[in-house]
Design a binder for this molecule. Structure first.
Ligand SMILES: [Fe+2]
Ligand SMILES: [Fe+2]
Length: 158
């Protein structure tokens, strides 16, 4: 394993990103519970704080996935990898454990999540394929422009 200190910082940023992300969703959920219990004031505080946690998470993502290094295609590939890991490794492993422990509710929930993750991966993959076609079409337009300029230059040179 590398001893480069910045790699530990990257792992710390991943952990901090996970923590802030969880706080965001947890506070949204608590807000929902508070509102259902008739406590709109508490719900509002949870919602406002949840919005701030999103900004905290974005701050970590700015460092983990710098905008200058990202493209929509790269983002789609990262998303496809994440969803594929969920439905092909993570949830099947969790399902086996839930089965061994006889937790029927967890098995049912995990099965839904597997289907959702699979659908997300498929949708992202279709979007990536379409984007690739668009990119190829764009490259053709660029090529036509380049040819056009080459011809114009040739006429000027003649
Ligand atoms: Fe935070
Ligand atoms: Fe998903």
């Amino acid at each position: 394993m590398s001893t480069r200190p910045e790699l530990k910082t990257l792992r710390n940023l991943e952990a901090a990103f996970a923590g802030e992300s969880m706080a965001h969703i947890k506070y949204r959920y608590f807000a929902k519970l508070a509102r259902a219990a008739g406590d709109a004031e508490t719900a509002r505080i949870f919602e406002e704080t949840a919005d701030q946690e999103v900004q905290h998470a974005f701050g970590h993502l700015d460092l983990l996935y710098p905008a200058a290094e990202m493209t929509p295609a790269r983002a789609l590939r990262i998303a496809i990898d994440g969803e594929t890991y969920e439905y092909s490794e993570m949830y099947p492993g969790f399902r086996r454990t839930a089965e061994a422990e006889g937790n029927a509710a967890a098995i049912a929930e995990i099965d839904e999540q597997i289907a959702e993750s699979r659908a997300h991966a498929a949708r992202f993959a279709a979007t990536l394929a379409k984007a690739a076609k668009r990119f190829a079409a764009l490259a053709k337009v660029e090529e036509r422009h380049a040819n056009h300029y080459r011809e114009a230059l040739a006429r000027i040179d003649a």
